[in-house]
Design a protein around this ligand. Sequence first.
Ligand SMILES: Cc1cc2nc3c(=O)[nH]c(=O)nc-3n(C[C@H](O)[C@H](O)[C@H](O)COP(=O)(O)O)c2cc1C
Length: 251
Amino acid sequence: MPSNDTIRTQLNHRTIRAFTADPVAPEVLDTLMEVVTAAPTSSFYQQRTVIRVVDPAIRQAVYEASGQPYVGGDRGELLIFVVDLYRNARIREEAGVEVRVLESTALFLQGVEDTLIAAQNLVVAAESLGLGTVYLGSIGGDSKLLIDALKLPLRTFPLVGVLVGHPAQEPALKPRLPREITVATDTYPLLENVHESLADYDQVVKTYYDLRDSSKPVDTFTRQIETKPGGGRAEKAPVREVLDVQRLALY
Ligand SMILES: Cc1cc2nc3c(=O)[nH]c(=O)nc-3n(C[C@H](O)[C@H](O)[C@H](O)COP(=O)(O)O)c2cc1C
């Protein structure tokens, strides 16, 4: 299989949830922000903004929104990736052009795409420099709190956070679903019985050693899907209400 440093970095990906006290050097952070800026952007609309959190009071708000212990304290750089249709709304308002088009679900999804692609650009670059990262979808546990703390205007939404820092742990690679099931050619790879098709994978997942709770064996994948979705705070959050207030994805 052809390989290079980029591919090796990507194949070696694992989420890091513990960081040393060493700060990310300013020039490294600068490079990472440049990489964020260079990411592809749907229709060249550039509907994303990244906010670096340095104020401990604001970090505390992010910690409360996310409920994740590693967000508290001061380890790692904390970045919030914001879907941003505000800037383009301002451009249109200043020009006297209607802004309703920016309130569609299609345009919001484009903003989500832009925002996540920028975040993943940062993750790959950070890992290629030997840093570790953790995405924080959990900030969705209280979007309203974050919108207030970060003073986010209408037409913006805090989609994910990313903590980046020097790793203080070495988690095992987390096994993914087999490619025969997740990658197809031409048409969707329908399965007759999903549990049966995933039986081997279920056993592989069971042997994965999760640093988050080493006292407990990891459930099989199918068991996780049977029990977890909809249970987390961010998964129960009133996203629709927040989007309505923010004037996003209204139709
Ligand atoms: C969009 C997104 C949001 C995530 N949010 C969280 C989070 O809030 N907290 C966390 O500990 N991990 C979070 N993760 C990390 C996943 O749990 C992790 O990627 C997954 O378990 C696979 O493990 P690995 O990245 O080590 O291979 C998130 C990942 C993604 C892609």
